[in-house]
Structure formats: structure tokens, C-alpha cells
Design a protein around this ligand. Structure first.
Ligand code: EPU
Length: 416
């Protein structure tokens, strides 16, 4: 039910888009890796299942925030379609398995709801490291029985996934690898920190050039996951849209510079608190243009939430999506709530309305789902968001947190 002004505190845990890669990185070192600040989300369960099939023993404490992964000396090297289909991030095991086993077969993820999302840069980079890569019967098969060799690699685009695959593969390669035009996301810095703790020799984390001097073995470690900047950003937008007052704890505002700055432009007050930030808003927001770009640009994973904000803002905004071509698919759902949004290629023109009206809508991916829930919080009457399993993939305890902040929301049907 729309209408409540959200007030109070929420605490964010570790980032989905980091922890999945940290779990894959554990494969690089036989023995027990322990990850803390792990979010209790569906994708972590799927990654745990994949690691078990590869021969690992994965256990977590009762709250799920600490995950222990026991990695055997000999690993299986196949990631089956049934898991890769459920979670594209399964592809992250490609680099570590190739480095550890000298061979890997990973099902091709295919297209998904937010665009084609190719693997060409992962493949070209592994080939530069000396692997032979083929695709057969829907599987990507890579061989490097004689080991990987360091090389100079230039990425066409600072792909998060390709940077991670190559970082992990190069950590156990012979000699020096340089990755140019590398991704700079905080999640890349996080995996670089963990690999370094494991004994890898990496410099340049957080810059566009990464240099990795391969080592023979890595050791298991205990590592805390970086906080989820996208979940934190979603709460910030919720405060602005509902004219509320939310303190987000456990967050790193420096990872959200542009997004928080946009909220200030929209009229919000953002203040830093000891372990996070506070967002307050007492008027109708002003529309803000956004352009998604690789970090430190505006994150594509906050684009749907900002379209929802612009849908109720004063004025009009142009939103440009540069990463995933199909990320505007959810706009059709937002329009069902009365939003005025026109899309043309990778641009969306959003003209703010004074009200939205509640309706049944369907989540098409995680962030679209979050954006639709935010819209439902301000729409008149009742909004039902279907296919919320998408939201479960990335937001732990979303409904409980919303309730604690004063939202009139309930979940119907059990979590998947
Ligand atoms: N791309 C290629 N070829 C490649 C690799 C990427 O063409 O070899 C293209 C993709 O098709 C896409 C663009 O490059 O258009 C960006 O892809 P990138 O590799 O940077 O993204 P990703 O690793 O697939 C991660 C997150 C996404 C997040 C993006 C960008 C995970 C599991 N996923 O995806 O998160 O949007 O980086 O920051 O880390 C989400 O959480 O909702 C989500 C989609």
C-alpha cells in the first residue's frame, strides 16, 4: 500500500556482486576459506550448490552471514547448465577452475533478461594467457594443461566479469600479466584484496591497469565482503521517493558518490554518519538526468530505481543506459502504474507525474523488481509485484526491512 514515509535505520551486508566472486576465488586455494558479511540471498545458495558439485564442502552459520568453503586438492571441472541457467555469475568459476585443473567446461549462460551479455572478452583474455577455448554442445571448454602464461591484455570495455576471470586466472599463471582498461568497481578492489591476502601479487587495484605476477600456490584466508553499494543506494532512493528519513548503516558512501550527489540535486539532504549515511527529504523531488557508465560512473544497477524516482519528480529527466540494452524492459511495468516514460534505443525520457496509481506489475530482473517496489511505495492504493524471486536474488530481508521503516507491505507466497 502506497503512502508511508519511510523512517528509521537499515543495515546493509556484503555485496552480492562481490561475494559470488569471492566464493569462486576460494577455489584457487585448497583448504578452508571463510567469508564473512555474506548476504542471505538466493544467489549465494546457488553458488554454494555449484561449489559443492565441484567437490567443495560449503557450510554456513545459522544466520548465514559466515560461509566456510572447504576446497579439496582435486576439483571437478564442470559447471552444469541447470545451475548456470539459474545464475549467470556461475561463469565466475571459469578462471579459477582453468588455473587449478588445466581444463574447464562451463555451460554457456545464453542471453538473459537484461541483454546479450557476451563472453568474448573473457575468452580472448584466456586465449592471451595461453588457453585453447572452444564451444561445443552449449558448453565453453577451455584447456591449458601445461599451465597459463602471463600476457598483456587490453579489454575493449572495462567489463567487471572479464576483469575478474582474468585476475583469478593470472594469479596462478607463470609470469607477469597486465590487464589494461580493467574494471574499477569496489567489488574488483575487494577481490584483489582477497587474492592478495591469499598470496597473489597484484598491483593497481581500483585503477584501469592491473599488474599480476603469477605465483605457484595460493592459501585459503578469512575475508569480509565489501558492503553492498547497490542495496545502500536503493534505500537512499526509497528515502527520497517517500519523503522519508533513512539512516543506512554498514555502507560506504564513497562508493556511491555520484548517486548520492544526484539525490542532493533532486533536493535531498545527505549527511555522513559514523558507519554510513543518512538521507532525508521533505518535498517532492526534482527530476535528475542520469547516464550509466562503468565505475566510477553512475551504476546501471541503480538505473531502474532512479527511473522510478523521476516518475514522481517535478520536471522531466533523460536517462541513458550504456551497459545493458534490455534494462528498459521494466519501463512497461512502471507505465502500468501511471508513469510517463518514453524509451528510444538506450535513452528514456521520464516526465514526472504528481501521482502513480497502484496496479499489479511483474519484476523482470533484480533491480527492476526493486524499482517497482519503490514505485509501489508511493503509488495510490495497492501495488502487487509478481515474480519477486528476482528480488530475492539480491536483497536480503527486503520486506522485513521495509516494514521496520514503516512501509505497509507484505509478502504473499513463500520465498523460492
Ligand atoms: N560484455 C561483453 N563481452 C564480455 C563481457 C561483457 O560484450 O566478454 C558486455 C556485456 O554484454 C554488458 C557489458 O559488457 O553489456 C557489461 O558487462 P560486465 O562484464 O561489466 O558485467 P557483468 O560482469 O556481466 C556485473 C554485475 C552486474 C552489473 C555489471 C556492471 C555480477 C554478478 N553482475 O555484471 O550486476 O550490472 O557488472 O556493473 O557481478 C545486478 O546485480 O543486477 C547486475 C546485473
Amino acid at each position: 500500500m502506497g503512502g508511508a514515509r519511510l523512517r528509521g535505520e537499515v543495515t546493509v551486508t556484503g555485496a552480492k556482486n562481490s561475494v559470488l566472486k569471492l566464493m569462486a576465488a576460494a577455489l584457487l586455494a585448497p583448504g578452508r576459506t571463510v567469508l564473512t558479511d555474506v548476504p542471505h540471498i538466493l544467489d549465494v545458495e546457488i553458488m554454494a550448490e555449484l561449489l559443492r558439485r565441484l567437490g567443495c564442502d560449503v557450510s554456513h552459520d545459522s544466520g548465514g552471514a559466515t560461509v566456510a568453503i572447504d576446497v579439496p586438492e582435486r576439483l571437478e571441472h564442470r559447471a552444469d547448465y541447470d545451475l548456470v541457467r539459474r545464475m549467470r555469475a556461475s561463469i565466475t568459476v571459469l578462471g579459477p577452475l582453468l588455473a587449478r585443473c588445466g581444463v574447464v567446461d562451463v555451460a554457456l549462460p545464453g542471453g538473459d533478461n537484461i541483454g546479450s551479455r557476451g563472453l568474448d572478452m573473457h575468452i580472448a583474455g584466456l586465449q592471451r594467457l595461453g588457453a585453447s577455448v572452444t564451444s561445443e554442445h552449449g558448453y565453453l571448454i577451455a584447456h591449458a594443461e601445461a599451465g597459463l602464461r602471463g600476457a598483456s591484455i587490453w579489454l575493449d570495455f572495462p567489463s567487471v566479469g572479464a576483469t575478474e576471470t582474468l585476475l583469478m586466472a593470472a594469479s596462478l599463471a607463470q609470469g607477469r600479466t597486465v590487464i589494461d582498461n580493467a574494471a574499477r568497481e569496489p567489488e574488483i578492489v575487494d577481490i584483489c584484496s582477497m587474492l592478495t591476502e591469499m598470496g597473489a601479487d597484484i598491483s593497481g587495484a581500483g585503477s584501469s591497469t592491473l599488474e599480476i605476477n603469477g605465483v605457484e600456490v595460493l592459501r585459503p584466508v578469512e575475508h569480509a565482503t565489501v558492503p553492498d553499494r547497490i542495496v545502500a543506494g536503493t534505500w537512499a532512493v526509497a528515502a527520497v521517493m517517500t519523503r522519508g528519513d533513512i539512516t543506512v548503516r554498514g555502507a560506504r558512501p564513497e562508493h556511491l558518490d555520484i548517486a548520492l550527489d544526484k539525490l542532493v540535486t533532486a533536493g535531498a539532504q545527505v549527511t555522513m554518519v559514523e558507519d554510513g549515511f543518512r538521507v532525508t527529504m521533505d518535498a517532492r523531488p526534482t527530476a535528475v538526468d542520469i547516464v550509466t557508465l562503468p565505475y566510477p560512473g553512475f551504476p546501471t544497477d541503480l538505473q531502474p530505481q532512479f527511473i522510478a524516482l523521476n516518475a514522481i519528480a517535478e520536471g522531466a529527466a533523460l536517462v541513458t543506459e550504456n551497459l545493458f540494452e534490455a534494462r528498459f524492459r521494466f519501463v512497461h511495468e512502471l507505465v502500468r502504474l501511471g508513469a510517463d516514460v518514453q524509451t528510444e534505443g538506450h535513452h528514456a525520457l521520464v516526465r514526472g507525474r504528481t501521482t502513480l496509481s497502484g496496479a499489479p506489475v511483474e519484476a523482470t530482473d533484480i533491480r527492476a523488481g526493486a524499482g517497482l517496489v519503490l514505485a509501489g511505495l508511493v503509488a495510490e492504493g495497492e501495488t502487487t509485484v509478481h515474480e519477486v524471486h528476482h528480488i530475492d536474488r539480491g536483497y536480503a530481508g527486503f520486506v522485513e526491512d521495509l516494514k521496520r521503516l514503516g512501509a505497509d507491505v507484505r509478502r504473499t507466497g513463500a520465498p523460492t
